[in-house]
Design a protein around this ligand. Structure first.
Ligand SMILES: Nc1ncnc2c1ncn2[C@@H]1O[C@H](COP(=O)(O)OP(=O)(O)O)[C@@H](O)[C@H]1O
Ligand SMILES: O=C(O)C1=C[C@@H](OP(=O)(O)O)[C@@H](O)[C@H](O)C1
Ligand SMILES: [Mg+2]
Length: 173
């Protein structure tokens, strides 16, 4: 298995913040597919969705993910919808040890309500949207990941440590 840790999971599960922490603690490079798309597009995610729509974003997300296949000793965090495409799911598994970061629906909603940076949740009833998207995606996260960390009652640091402990075993570090 490639020496990378890959984070998947719903918006607000902590992929970006916990992923960065895991990378710092291991001395690994940190890459977030959203950041790659933003950098290449020269636009924030909300602007990409507003100007080009979700399919355009998804194409660029897949191309960002494909470009990471050269990485080693890296932590790769992804956007919550990356598991929607079968091609992406295969790429994720080839990249390394895939961790599904989860949290309860209430905690996810509280975390994503802190800002308006997630275009898919700018709906009339975002609480319901979270519920519906979670239902649609649950089995995809479960089927793609090798390990799950539920961060509902964990600090960033505790979630990072749980992932590192499991990765050490998986890689025999
Ligand atoms: N374990 C945690 N405890 C408390 N807050 C968290 C935790 N994980 C993430 N958060 C917070 O939730 C918000 C979303 O986290 P982020 O890392 O951007 O998630 P994602 O990349 O999965 O959407 C941020 O404000 C972050 O600080
Ligand atoms: O779940 C999704 O479809 C999305 C999640 C976001 O990333 P985070 O999961 O890091 O918020 C970002 O890729 C975009 O807004 C779409
Ligand atoms: Mg993120």
């Amino acid at each position: 298995m490639r020496n990378n840790i890959v984070f998947i999971g719903f918006m607000g599960s902590g992929k970006t913040s916990v992923g960065r922490l895991v990378a710092q603690r291991l001395g690994f490079q940190f890459v977030d597919t959203d950041a790659v798309v933003v950098e290449r597009a020269g636009m924030q995610i909300s602007e990409i969705f507003a100007r080009h729509g979700e399919p355009w974003f998804r194409d660029h997300e897949t191309s960002a993910l494909s470009s990471l296949s050269i990485l080693n000793r890296s932590v790769i965090s992804t956007g919550g919808g990356i598991v929607l495409r079968p091609q992406n799911r295969a790429l994720l598994q080839e990249l390394g040890f895939v961790v599904w970061l989860t949290a309860s629906e209430d905690v996810i909603f509280e975390r994503v309500s802190r800002n308006k940076k997630r275009p898919l949740l700018q709906t009339a009833d975002p609480r319901r949207t979270v519920h519906e998207l979670l239902e649609q995606r649950h089995d995809l996260y479960q089927g793609t990941a090798q390990f799950t960390v539920n961060s509902t009652e964990l600090s960033h640091e505790a979630a990072a440590e749980a992932v590192i402990a499991k990765a050490r075993k998986a890689f025999s570090w």
